[in-house]
Design a protein around this ligand. Structure first.
Ligand SMILES: [Zn+2]
Length: 338
C-alpha cells in the first residue's frame, strides 16, 4: 500500500515522519504541527485526515472512495476543522471533547484539526489536556501553531511534534514553474522574496501591489544614484503612502543592494534575485563598489531598526535617503545621525 502526500510543497522531513508512522500503523492520537504561516501545516493535516479514512486498497488517499470525495468536498462528518479569529474558548473545546466521545459516523477515525491552537486560553488547554491523556482509540487531534511556546508543555508533551521549516527557495521555484505556469525568472524572484515559504510566494504572485512596490523601489534606488537631491527627497511620499508595508520595502531595498554586491563580487547573474533587471544591476554595479554597497545596506538596516524606536517616520526615511546619497556621491559632508 502506497501512501501519497503529493501536492505538499517540500517539507520532506515532516512528510517522511508521517508516512513512516502511517505505514507502521503507529498512529498518534495527537499531533502538533509547528512552523510559520504559509508552510502548509493545514494542507499536511488534511492530507493526514484523507489517508486515515481512505478505504482505497493500493494507494492512500485514492481520491476516489466515498471518504476521499467527502473530505475533498468539505463535508465528511468525521473531519472537523476548527478555525476562528479570536481566542479559542473552553466552550468550543468542550464541544469537541463531547463530540469525540461518540464513535465515528462513517470513517475509521475522527479527525479534529485545530488551527492556531495557540489561541486556546488556559482553561481551554487544561480541558483539552484531559482528552489528550485518554483519547478514544478512533480520535486524532491535530494542533497547528506558529507559536508552540504559547502552549502548555504538558499539552506539547502529549503530542507527536512535527516541525515545519522554510524550504530551499529552489523547491519553491520549481513548484511555481510547474503549478503556476510562470517563467523561470519570475519564479526565481518570487521564491527568493518568499524566504522559502510557499504560501508567501503564492500570495506575492497574485499581489499586484508587491510588483508595484518592487518597481518603485528599484526606481528609487536608481534615482539615488542618478538624480538630484530634490528628486530623491520627493520619493519620501512613496514611503509614507506605503507605510504599512515598510518592512517589506526595506526588505526590497536590501535585496536590491545585495544583488549589486553579489554581482560585483562574482560577476555572475545566477545569484541575483531581481533577475529580470540584469541591465540595471550591471549599470549600478559598475558605479558602486562593494564597500559602498555594504555601507548602504548598513544604513538601511539602521533605518529598519529605528522603526522600533520613537524616531519620527518621515525623519527616519529622510535621513536614510540622505545618508545613502552621501555614500554614493563620494561627498565629504558626513552622514546625518538621528
Ligand atoms: Zn480514498
Amino acid at each position: 500500500m502506497k501512501i501519497n502526500f503529493e501536492g505538499i510543497v517540500g517539507q520532506e522531513q515532516a512528510v517522511e515522519k508521517l508516512k513512516r508512522s502511517l505505514e507502521n500503523n503507529q498512529i498518534s492520537h495527537a499531533y502538533l504541527f509547528e512552523g510559520e504561516k504559509g508552510l502548509g501545516k493545514k494542507d499536511i493535516a488534511l492530507r493526514l485526515a484523507f489517508v486515515l479514512n481512505c478505504t482505497g486498497d493500493d494507494r492512500k488517499p485514492c481520491n476516489k472512495c466515498n471518504s476521499c470525495i467527502k473530505i475533498a468536498g468539505g463535508n465528511h462528518p468525521d473531519i472537523k476543522i476548527i478555525e476562528n479569529d479570536g481566542i479559542i474558548r473552553i466552550g468550543e473545546i468542550r464541544k469537541i471533547i463531547g463530540e469525540m466521545q461518540l464513535k465515528p459516523h462513517e470513517g475509521r477515525y475522527k479527525v479534529y484539526i485545530i488551527c492556531d491552537a495557540d489561541r486556546m486560553n488556559m482553561e481551554s488547554q487544561n480541558a483539552l489536556l484531559k482528552t489528550l491523556e485518554e483519547p478514544p482509540s478512533y480520535a486524532v487531534l491535530i494542533l497547528l501553531t506558529t507559536k508552540g511556546y504559547s502552549l502548555f508543555p504538558t499539552v506539547i508533551s502529549r503530542c507527536q511534534v512535527i516541525k515545519l521549516y522554510p524550504e530551499n527557495p529552489e523547491v519553491i521555484k520549481h513548484y511555481l514553474i510547474k503549478n503556476k505556469k510562470i517563467d523561470e525568472e519570475q519564479a526565481h524572484m518570487l521564491a527568493t522574496f518568499s524566504g522559502g515559504v510557499v504560501g508567501r510566494a503564492v500570495e506575492l504572485l497574485d499581489n499586484p501591489d508587491f510588483y508595484y512596490r518592487r518597481e518603485k523601489i528599484i526606481e528609487i534606488c536608481d534615482k539615488l544614484l542618478t538624480s538630484n537631491l530634490f528628486a530623491v527627497l520627493e520619493q519620501i511620499v512613496f514611503f509614507e503612502e506605503h507605510r504599512l508595508y515598510i518592512e517589506e520595502i526595506f526588505g526590497l531595498m536590501i535585496n536590491w543592494y545585495r544583488d549589486l554586491f553579489m554581482y560585483s563580487e562574482t560577476r555572475n547573474m545566477d545569484f541575483i534575485t531581481n533577475i529580470d533587471r540584469k541591465e540595471e544591476i550591471d549599470f549600478h554595479a559598475a558605479k558602486i563598489d562593494s564597500a559602498k554597497i555594504r555601507d548602504i545596506v548598513f544604513i538601511i538596516e539602521k533605518a529598519k531598526n529605528n522603526l522600533r524606536s520613537n524616531v519620527q517616520f518621515r525623519l527616519n526615511i529622510e535621513v536614510m535617503l540622505l545618508n545613502i546619497r552621501e555614500v554614493l556621491s563620494d561627498g565629504n559632508g558626513g552622514r546625518s545621525e538621528i
